[in-house]
Design a protein around this ligand. Structure first.
Ligand SMILES: *Cc1c(COP(=O)(O)O)cnc(C)c1O
Length: 379
């Protein structure tokens, strides 16, 4: 006999801490949004909501993908040997200190599997990447969120927040959604004081967008065998978000632990070859960095002109105080521009916009200007 489907069909069977979790709401496909708004074509829509690379994928990566489509009946290399070797060489580390993964989001989850659980806690910034909280909840661990004055991680307060049961501490550097960085000095002082029972995770998803002089030297912590993990990704700078590939660097014993909890074929074959090619694509990285630097000046000036506050950013997005963030995002969508509301980060007055080419930025500014004028919203 067939039961009528009801929402609690499995709830009593499920682990109670899972049944109680919220669900991550995926954005709707851009084609669906376009159709709802009465536009013919998704290409009419400017998506500035996920900090993707608006230049598209690295051309060398695309070429590598085309070359390898015909061998997709074979499982990928479960050890990602060549990618690991290329990354180790790039960062001057032993291969054993590098683990490619299915986007750096997978690494965040693996870290939670290894280090978090009931009666454990995780420390993070109050306006830092939400995925840290989600994986802590999955592991039944407590999240300790530390205030971020001026939207910057306050490392002294984070040190003070550490409890005896704390096992992970996340610093997104630069941070999403604030676009701020902590300095080398502050990091060095922090690393010297952090207690032995805590592993520090430096999420450096946006670090490659900075010029080499701007980038803090965190690889030295790995070489010194500190209790640290560095997370990096091909999703942003290299334009490969759709392929899901990132990597972790850390002391060998830490990488070995992560290897125990991962799936055997977690990084797909096209991702491996594309990532290796992208690593060689210096021209593309330089163009991307230039686009970001130009975009920061352009959007900063536009916000000044509109009288809008924003958080000074070093990376490819800007947190702008428009007031009534969610309404502004909806109004912008009517004008074919998608940006991200920030109420989920406790910042309902803000929107986060990804920087693109000069023309894309101009289109965003024009749409925002229209929306602000039409709504007579005072920021
Ligand atoms: C975008 C982003 C990532 C990257 O996630 P992937 O899974 O590699 O695509 C990681 N951390 C932060 C803070 C990000 O903003």
């Amino acid at each position: 006999m067939q039961n009528p489907e009801n929402t609690d069909l499995f709830d009593r069977l499920a682990n109670p801490w899972i049944a109680g979790l919220g669900t991550y709401e995926p954005g709707r496909p851009i084609e669906e949004v376009a159709r709802d708004l009465g536009f013919n074509d998704a290409s009419d829509i400017l998506k500035l909501a996920s900090n993707e690379n608006l230049l598209g994928p690295s051309p060398l990566a695309m070429e590598a993908i085309r070359e390898h489509v015909s061998s997709q009946h074979v499982y990928p290399d479960g050890g990602a040997f060549y990618l690991r070797r290329a990354l180790a060489k790039r960062h001057d580390l032993e291969m054993e200190k590098v683990l490619p993964c299915n986007g750096s989001n997978e690494a965040i989850e693996l870290l939670a599997h290894v280090f978090l659980g009931p009666h454990k806690s995780m420390v993070m910034g109050s306006h830092a990447f939400v995925v840290y909280r989600l994986v802590a909840a999955l592991a039944q661990a407590e999240t300790i969120a530390v205030p971020m004055p001026d939207f910057v991680h306050d490392l002294d307060q984070m040190l003070e927040a550490i409890q005896l049961d704390t096992r992970l501490l996340f610093i997104a550097n630069p941070n999403n959604p604030t676009g701020t960085v902590v300095t080398q000095d502050a990091l060095d002082r922090f690393m010297d004081q952090v207690p032995d029972h805590v592993a520090v995770v430096l999420d450096e998803a946006y670090i490659d967008l900075l010029t080499p002089e701007q980038q803090p030297d965190t690889l030295r912590y790995v070489r010194e065998n500190r209790r640290v993990f560095l997370l990096r990704t091909f999703s942003k700078t290299y334009g490969l978000a759709g392929l899901r590939v990132g990597y972790v660097m850390g002391p060998e014993s830490g990488i070995q632990l992560l290897n125990k909890v991962r799936q055997p074929f977690h990084v797909n074959a096209l991702a491996q070859v594309a990532a290796m090619a992208a690593l060689r694509d210096e021209d593309f990285v330089n163009c991307t960095r230039r686009m970001v630097q130009d975009g920061l000046s352009q959007l900063g000036a536009a916000c000044d002109q509109l009288g809008l506050d924003y958080v000074p950013s070093v990376t490819n997005f800007l947190l702008v105080k428009t007031g009534r963030g969610r309404e502004i995002c909806q109004a912008l969508q009517q004008k074919r521009v998608i940006v991200r509301p920030m109420d989920g980060y406790g910042l309902p007055e803000y929107i986060r916009v990804t920087l693109g080419t000069q023309e894309q930025n101009d289109n965003f500014v024009a749409a925002l200007t229209d929306v602000l004028n039409a709504n007579v919203i005072t920021p």
